[in-house]
Design a protein around this ligand. Sequence first.
Ligand SMILES: Cc1ncc(COP(=O)(O)O)c(C=O)c1O
Length: 390
Amino acid sequence: MGLVYLDNAATSFPKPPRVYERLREYLERYGGCPGRGGYRMAKEAEAVVEETRALVAELFGVTEPHRIIFTLNATDALNMAIKGTLVAGDHVVTTVLEHNSVARPLNRLERRGLIRVTRVGVSPDGLIDPEDIRRALTDRTTLVAVIHGSNVTGALQPVEAIGPIVRTHGALFLADASQTAGAVPIDVEAACIDLLAFPGHKALLGLPGTGGLYVGPRARLTPWREGGTGVLSELPLQPEEFPYAFEAGSPNTLGLAGLRESIQFILQYGVKWIRAHELSLTKRLLDGLRVDERFTVYGPSMPEHRIAVIAVNVAGCSPAAVAEWLDRAHGIAVRAGLHCAPGAHQALGTAPEGTIRISPGYFTKEEEIEQCVAGLREAADALWRTAVTV
Ligand SMILES: Cc1ncc(COP(=O)(O)O)c(C=O)c1O
């Protein structure tokens, strides 16, 4: 039995062939520690890191590449943005859809009585109305944190409309691009985004252990990790220069070398092309699911308002049982449950069991979408029979 991998929202698989090919060469030739030596191998390793930074900047329309800070993953970047900008007395506007990597840091600061948080709701389709964000702003609002693409329903939020509202008000706009970086065109200038958090291992097609945060010129960020930077070592405190201020410790150079290869691959095809390709897979999947009345599909009705993440439930069956059945019977990998975003499931009415999440990716083939739809039909028959017998 082969593997049909439809869990790209968790992490992308496979990676572009050039990532596998170049990593061995990288370990053999450039294994030095970047910024920590004047010898050739260390300099070559540093060049790899800086090339990756420039590629990320190109991808997001960032004119100053040193404003891209590399992190462990998107969670690390989001914590850095939230804890690095907020001070006691601040008010934050966010949404009910946020992943725990935004919701939990905010909840904790709120419970400690340090900040106030307003959580904006969504339409029945799972979309945020920018006017709701505008109405939630107060004179104490310093940060607006919004998920760009929902990791539960795939709803693509109108960040281009939200950003100018936040900018005019004078707050900072943090966009969680965990599900969109590499899959949807993003221009931080056009969308007035001050802080953009992204993982390297999802649609950017890189390795686990990579991610980053774009920090725009309006943001004043305090580092939450201090230590060695390889430069300005004589200073008693963390240097203020970008990117050193926020990149203490030896970087994940192998991961960043992989990210350089994967972003080169993405730029070669273009994010617009990738978006069109994933939209076509999404439409196919939606068409297949909507003809069977046993399936409930959640999220926006217009495919254009979606990314390639589909939440579905099968009447009478638990999402976990269906996902387990798909894996066992057909080697189809999907994810069931709350997807680390309990607020989104409460808004959808799918808590506490959650949904089945199907997330095709760059390398998904059309026949795999058909296999998944057929597998879900079989699962519905098989599990329904079991439920009736029991
Ligand atoms: C919307 C969203 N935000 C944040 C994260 C956290 O990403 P990471 O696992 O790279 O820390 C995820 C991961 O699934 C996500 O989907």
